[in-house]
Design a protein around this ligand. Structure first.
Ligand SMILES: Nc1ncnc2c1ncn2[C@@H]1O[C@H](COP(=O)(O)OP(=O)(O)OP(=O)(O)O)[C@@H](O)[C@H]1O
Length: 378
């Protein structure tokens, strides 16, 4: 798939922008702070309805405006669809496909699929477990957009259950009894939705594993495909039979009841799980976090993005690749390797402050981004 036309209105630094895009490689070049990332962020937002840079929509709306609009003509298997999203911070967003309003904006998720490489990707390796859970959930939702609903139901249940645990923990007598019986209802919901999310993540990690080994071998000098490993580490012992996940989660909630009441938070469930990344070196296998060198960590992060790209591609549709400011972070050998690996993508959008940082094979069509304008370089 590729984006053929992008229109922005009051998005980030852009009051109004219209750009025609083409398949293949496109580089957006401009000094710092000129709006290169803002532009690719808009395309990424259409794909996931969230930004790779901020957790809320407010910063995406141009300062002083109260609404932003992103519209893109997306070509998929020769057919063009016009996707549109209206961002209304503090109020409901709206989305349209070919001018028809969607009942819920989240139905837009996954219609266009992007994989973004950004300097922040190092947090996939060095950051908190929540960064890796988000990586998994974002990828899950792109592959199966229905799971966006499961994910948001889980967050809602968790929030309500946590607030009930706090109340029940300090309540006495009848009000404690009432709180505990309400808690039993939330337990059932957490176990049911949590098991669905957990099962989907476990399948995803299995699907991703072979692509990760291959990607790490491709980006790290002298590595082989068994070096990089990922393992999903749940917050409780998984049952031997995957169909028993919900029951096992529920039993664990009961077992940890006292702890949870004492601490006033939910201690079991997918929100407490970790994706463990390890690197093998001879007979030794060590966690990446805390042990790997800077170069190894970068290679691992790149490999996670490349593996996501390959997995989405294997699902049958070439996602749009965004390489946001990554070349400045890499030495020339690694730049060339990455460029080779992504050169066959249907559409690659690259941003860089200096054109010389972008490998020749990805120079493609070049736009200059300056003073709020995006101009095609002749
Ligand atoms: N909501 C907003 N309203 C107005 N301007 C904004 C908004 N959000 C960001 N900006 C401006 O956009 C600019 C940042 O643009 P962007 O992140 O795209 O830069 P860039 O060209 O990718 O730079 P770099 O090379 O440093 O990454 C900043 O000057 C910032 O002040």
């Amino acid at each position: 798939m590729h984006v053929a036309h992008l229109t922005l209105h009051n998005f980030r630094s852009y009051a109004d922008l219209d750009v025609e895009l083409e398949p293949g490689a496109t580089a957006f070049i401009g000094r710092n702070g000129q709006g290169k990332t803002n532009l690719v962020e808009a395309i990424d937002y259409l794909s996931r309805l969230s930004s790779h840079r901020v957790a809320s929509d407010a910063p995406l709306v141009k300062a002083g405006a109260d609404q932003a609009l992103i519209r893109a003509a997306v070509v998929r298997a020769g057919r063009t669809a016009i996707l549109e999203v209206e961002l209304n911070p503090g109020r409901a967003n709206r989305a349209r496909i070919n001018k028809s309003p969607l009942p819920r904006p989240r139905e837009l998720i996954g219609v266009v699929r992007t994989v973004v490489f950004a300097p922040d990707d190092l947090t996939l390796v060095k950051g908190d477990p929540s960064d890796r859970r988000k990586f998994l959930d974002d990828l899950l939702i792109l592959r199966a957009p229905r799971l966006a609903g499961v994910r948001s139901d889980y967050d809602r249940i968790l929030k309500q259950r946590n607030s009930l645990l706090k109340t029940a923990g300090i309540a006495r007598g009848d009000s404690r009894e009432t709180a505990l019986s309400t808690l039993a209802v939330w337990d059932l919901q957490l176990a049911s939705i949590g098991a669905e999310l957990l099962a989907a993540r476990l399948r995803l990690v299995d699907d991703l594993r072979p692509y990760l080994g291959k990607a790490y071998e491709a980006v790290a000098r002298g590595a082989n495909r068994d070096d990089a490993e990922i393992e999903y580490k749940p917050s409780f012992e998984l049952p031997a039979d995957p169909s028993g996940l919900e029951e096992a989660l529920l039993a664990e909630l009961e077992r940890r009841r006292k702890d949870e009441l004492d601490r006033g938070i939910s201690l079991v469930g997918p929100h407490r799980d970790e994706l463990v990344l390890t690197l093998g070196n001879g007979d030794l296998r060590l966690p990446v976090k805390g042990y790997a060198s800077h170069g190894e960590s970068w290679s691992f992060a790149l490999a996670m993005r490349l593996a996501s790209y390959d997995l989405l591609r294997a699902d049958g549709d070439d996602p749009i690749l965004v390489l946001d400011d990554v070349f400045a972070e890499l030495d020339s050998e690694r730049r060339a390797q990455l460029a080779d690996l992504v050169a066959g993508a249907e559409q690659v959008l690259v941003t860089a402050a200096v054109a010389a940082d972008v490998p020749a094979s990805l120079q493609g069509i070049r736009f200059v981004v300056a003073d709020g304008e995006v101009r095609r370089d002749a």
